[in-house]
Design a binder for this molecule. Structure first.
Ligand SMILES: [Fe+2]
Length: 437
């Protein structure tokens, strides 16, 4: 580091640990470091890059301010800081792919830069880059060991990357190795949870999360998402009451503080409704939140926009849907990473969800089908994007296209032989259109 008092650097170390563990507030900690040492270039860069990982437009002014401060104090900035500065500027400019290349250049020379690795991993997630969720971590792994602080978190990231590359046994083994070092590593718990989700190991998934809840839940900013996974396991068994209890207690106990949690809340409600559950006033509450953020965040990130569309479709909010589509169409014309995401994935899917909401199921199915296999381009996990398959199957069934519904459902029946949800959907299709062969 080219600047910063010893106290500020100590706070930086604390903030890195908070960022890796999701326990505590790294932004508050780094603000403390910057108050103590206003010329702390690495601190300004950490603030910019950490805020960027939230993928919300509301933080753009703070990110720009941090980048400007890093430049102002950066006359003696070293090579690593200059690399991080370049990455931060590229994120701020909307080029997430370039930012990840810059972060990788930092990691080439500084493979133990935990900030560069953590931020790039989350950006890989937002960009739907499964290859680098695995390989970017693999490239630095030889430089880490049990003797290096934070090693468990690197293993946890590698485990998630292995899972998103469908290497389930290796992913689970790596997640368990991370947890042997740090049982509270919520990201490693999450990686193994994904393995169980993808393999349809429903009972085991519930046991896995419940038995470890005291490790991954208390004071953990990521706990809402592991609770979301737990609710999905209960939903598989048609335990709507339990899924809703988890929703009320842990996924959406009040207005969402982050769009990440609003996305999960929306996705869970949509799945529950697809499965025939009565979710009461919850969807209206969530749609209110999306609507209040629409002009600020609409068109900022296609994956979030899709979830806003789900909330508007579920509550019949045609005017809000039309406004969302305007934001998305404008974003689709822009350069940058999200522009392409909106053009290729976000806009067709949002049109599909709007059609579904209006009861035009044939059109919805036709819009989802060609995009589903490239939908990783707008990020999220396989488990999150499963909502597209579920919606396509339901739209096809309602449109009277039982063959298409059964065709897509077959994927689930093969991948998750232990899951009950697929068989339930099949029974629903059979009840609508009895199989003829
Ligand atoms: Fe997940």
């Amino acid at each position: 580091m080219s600047s910063g008092s010893a106290g500020a650097i100590a706070r930086y170390e604390t903030a890195i640990g908070q960022l890796q563990s999701y326990v505590g507030d790294p932004i508050a900690t780094i603000d403390g470091a910057l108050a103590e040492s206003p010329d702390f270039v690495a601190g300004h860069l950490m603030k910019a890059l950490t805020l960027a990982t939230l993928a919300e437009r509301q933080y753009a002014p703070a990110i720009a301010q941090s980048i400007a401060a890093a430049r102002d104090h950066g006359a003696r900035a070293n090579a690593r800081e200059l690399g991080l500065l370049q990455a931060a500027a590229q994120v701020a400019d909307g080029d997430w792919h370039a930012a990840c290349r810059s972060l990788d250049a930092v990691l080439t020379d500084f493979p133990r830069d935990a900030l560069a690795l953590q931020v790039a991993h989350l950006m890989d997630f937002y960009r739907g880059d499964a290859l680098n969720l695995r390989n970017r971590v693999a490239r630095v792994l030889p430089h880490w060991s049990r003797e290096v602080p934070g090693y468990s978190y690197v293993l946890g990231m590698h485990a998630f990357g292995l899972e998103e590359m469908n290497q389930y046994p290796e992913a689970e083994e790596t997640a368990r190795a991370a947890l042997a070092i740090e049982p509270k590593d919520g990201w490693a718990v999450h990686a193994a949870t994904h393995v169980m989700e993808m393999q349809g190991r429903i009972g085991e998934g519930i046991e896995w999360l419940v038995s470890r809840e005291r490790d991954w839940a208390p004071d953990n900013g990521f706990a809402f998402h592991n609770f979301w996974h737990l609710a999905l396991f209960h939903l598989d068994g048609a335990d709507h009451a339990k899924a809703l209890e988890l929703y009320d207690r842990a996924v959406h106990p009040g207005p969402a503080q982050m769009l990440l949690t609003l996305v999960d809340a929306t996705a869970l409600l949509w799945r529950l409704v697809l499965d025939g559950a009565d979710v009461g006033p919850r969807f209206a509450e969530v749609a209110d939140e999306w609507e209040s953020k629409l002009d600020g965040e609409g068109g900022n990130y296609a994956f979030n926009d899709l979830h806003a569309a789900l909330a508007f479709a579920a509550t019949g909010r045609d005017a809000a849907m039309a406004r969302l589509l305007q934001h998305v169409a404008r974003a689709a014309e822009s350069a940058g990473t999200n522009g392409a995401m909106e053009r290729e994935v976000g806009m067709p899917l949002i049109r599909a969800i709007a059609a579904y909401g209006r009861g035009r199921f044939d059109e919805a199915a036709d819009l989802i089908a060609p995009v589903r296999d490239i939908a990783h381009r707008f990020g999220g996990s396989h488990a999150q994007r499963d909502i597209l398959s579920l919606t396509l199957i339901d739209a096809a069934r309602r449109a009277g296209r039982a063959s298409l519904a059964r065709h897509v459902l077959a994927e689930r029946l093969v991948a998750k032989p232990g899951g009950a949800w697929g068989r339930r959907i099949l029974a629903r299709i059979d009840a609508t259109s009895p199989a003829t062969h």
